[in-house]
Design a protein around this ligand. Structure first.
Ligand code: SF4
Length: 456
C-alpha cells in the first residue's frame, strides 16, 4: 500500500435491519442472474386541487425546515448555508457571466484524489488493480486557488475511496473557505473521523448506496451495507449535513425510488438523496444495469412525486427546471480531474489532452483553451441534450481519436469499451419533457447550484 494511503479499519456491523416493507418484487438474490425489469406500475397519485397542492408543498417545506433546524449542528448548518448555498449561487452567477462572454471555466470540479479503493463494485469504471495514484497537495491547491479567483468554492472529491488518502484532512483544513462534497462508500466513519468532520464543518459526505442491503451488497459486496449503516448512525449523532448517492439501475429502480427507501434515510438523518443513472463504462459494462427509455420517463415523474412528499432534498443532475435534459460537461458546469492530474470531460469519460501539471500558477488556459473540452461541447450540442456516451458511443469514439485524446482511465481499454457500446436512450426525452412542478425546486434549479440543475 502507498504511504499516502491509510489502512482502513472497518466499523463493527450495525444490528439495524432494513424495513420488512421493502418492495422485493424485482430483487434478484446474489446467486440469481440479473434480469432487467419493466418500469414499475405504481398507482398514480390522486388528482389534487391547486390549493391542496400548494398546502402540501408548504407542509413538506415546513417539515424539511424543522429537520434542518433540529437535526443539524449550528456549525454544520452555518457552513452549509454560507459556503454551499450562498457561495454556490455566487459561483453560478460568475459562471453565467463567463458563458455570455464565450469563456470556459467551470464553477465546479470533480477531483478524483486517488484511484485506490477498498471495494470492487460491479460496473465501477475506476481502475484499482494497477498502481495506486494520489493527487499531490500542490496540484489540488492549484485547482482550488484557480477556482477561487473565479468565485468557485465548491468541489466534489471522489476516488476510488477518497478517505483512504491521508492528506484529505489537510485539503479540508487549508481551504476552510471552500465546501467539499466527498463521495464515499461510507466504511471509514470511525468515531475519530466523524469528530474531525464535525470540527471542520465544511465537508458534506455523500455516501454511495444502491438499494437496501440485498440489492446494495449485490453490486458492492457482502457486509458493505451493514458497515455503512454504522457510519450513518455516527453522522446522524454528530448532526452533520450528509447525503446518499444512489445510482438507479434497471434492476434496483423500483426499490430506490420507493417511499420506503427515502423514509429509511430520513430516519437516519440524511438531508439529501442524489440520484444518478447507471452508465456502462468499464471493461465489464454490465449492461443489465442500464435503464430503458420508459424506465427513465418513470424515474423522472417519480422524482417529482418524491419531492412533494418527503422532507429531504431530492437531487438529480439530468434535467433543468423545464424538464429538458442537459449534460453538465457540455454546458461547462463541471469537469473531472483524474488521479494523475488529467483534465477529463466527466467521471465516466477518462480521456484527456492536457494535465494540471502542465500549468504553473493558474488553470484558466487549461479550461478556456482546451480543445478537447470545447470540441466535446460542440459535438454534444449538434446531437443531443442528453448523454452522448449512451446515444452516440461510436461517433464519440471517433471524435476522441481525431483529437488525439489519451485514454487516462488507467485501464488502457476505454476506447474499445466506448466503441463496443450499443447506442441506447439517455435522459433526453424529446416531446416528453416533464417540467418541475414544485416552485421550490424550480427556484433551486435556476439559481443555486450544480446538482440542483443550475441552468434553465
Ligand atoms: S457525457 Fe454523459 S455522463 Fe458525462 S457529463 Fe455528459 S451526460 Fe453526464
Amino acid at each position: 500500500m502507498s504511504e499516502s494511503l491509510v489502512e482502513i479499519e472497518l466499523p463493527p456491523a450495525s444490528s439495524d435491519a432494513p424495513p420488512s416493507a421493502v418492495p422485493a418484487t424485482h430483487l434478484p438474490t446474489a446467486a440469481s442472474t440479473p434480469v432487467a425489469v419493466s418500469p414499475p406500475h405504481r398507482k398514480p397519485l390522486p388528482e389534487v386541487s391547486a390549493k391542496r397542492s400548494l398546502l402540501r408543498e408548504q407542509m413538506v417545506l415546513l417539515r424539511l425546515a424543522l429537520r434542518v433546524a433540529t437535526e443539524l449542528s449550528p456549525r454544520a448548518l452555518w457552513k452549509m448555508l454560507y459556503l454551499y448555498a450562498a457561495k454556490g449561487a455566487g459561483a453560478i452567477w460568475a459562471y453565467k457571466r463567463r458563458l455570455a462572454k464565450g469563456e470556459l471555466y467551470p464553477p465546479f470540479l470533480f477531483i478524483a484524489i486517488t484511484n485506490s479503493c477498498n471495494l470492487r463494485c460491479h460496473g465501477c469504471w475506476v481502475e484499482k488493480e494497477g498502481e495506486g495514484h494520489v493527487l499531490g497537495l500542490d496540484e489540488i491547491d492549484l485547482m482550488i486557488e484557480s477556482g477561487k479567483r473565479r468565485k468557485s468554492y465548491y468541489y466534489t472529491l471522489l476516488g476510488g475511496e477518497p478517505f483512504l488518502v491521508k492528506d484529505i484532512w489537510k485539503i479540508f483544513e487549508t481551504h476552510s473557505d471552500c465546501y467539499f462534497q466527498t463521495i464515499t462508500n461510507g466504511m471509514i466513519f470511525t468515531e475519530a473521523n466523524v469528530e474531525r468532520l464535525k470540527r471542520l464543518g465544511n465537508v458534506t459526505p455523500l455516501v454511495s448506496l444502491d438499494g437496501f442491503e440485498q440489492q446494495n451488497d449485490l453490486r458492492r459486496g457482502d457486509g458493505v451495507w451493514q458497515a455503512a449503516m454504522k457510519g450513518l448512525e455516527r453522522l446522524k449523532e454528530a448532526k452533520l449535513f450528509y447525503g446518499i448517492a444512489t445510482t438507479a439501475t434497471g434492476l434496483n429502480l423500483e426499490e430506490v425510488m420507493s417511499d420506503e427507501y427515502v423514509e429509511y434515510f430520513i430516519e437516519r438523518g440524511a438531508m439529501y438523496i442524489w440520484y444518478y443513472v447507471y452508465r456502462p463504462m468499464s471493461p465489464e459494462p454490465h449492461t443489465e444495469y442500464c435503464v430503458s427509455e420508459e424506465q427513465l420517463l418513470w424515474l423522472r415523474r417519480r422524482l417529482l412525486e418524491l419531492r412533494r412528499k418527503h422532507p429531504i432534498l431530492i437531487i438529480d443532475t439530468y434535467w433543468t427546471a423545464d424538464g429538458e435534459a442537459f449534460c453538465p460537461a457540455a454546458t461547462g458546469l463541471g469537469f473531472h480531474i483524474g488521479p494523475k492530474g488529467s483534465i477529463e470531460i466527466c467521471p465516466a469519460l477518462s480521456f484527456a489532452t492536457d494535465n494540471v501539471q502542465n500549468h504553473q500558477d493558474d488553470l484558466w488556459d487549461a479550461f478556456d483553451q482546451n480543445d478537447l473540452l470545447r470540441t466535446f461541447q460542440g459535438f454534444v450540442q449538434e446531437r443531443t441534450k442528453g448523454c452522448v456516451i449512451l446515444e452516440n458511443p461510436q461517433e464519440l469514439h471517433d471524435q476522441l481519436r481525431e483529437l488525439n485524446a489519451q485514454d487516462t482511465s488507467g485501464r488502457d481499454t476505454a476506447f474499445d469499451e466506448l466503441n463496443a457500446l450499443t447506442p441506447r436512450h439517455s435522459h433526453h426525452l424529446p416531446g416528453r419533457e416533464v417540467p418541475e412542478d414544485f416552485w421550490f425546486y424550480r427556484l433551486l434549479k435556476k439559481n443555486v447550484f450544480f446538482g440542483m440543475g443550475a441552468i434553465g
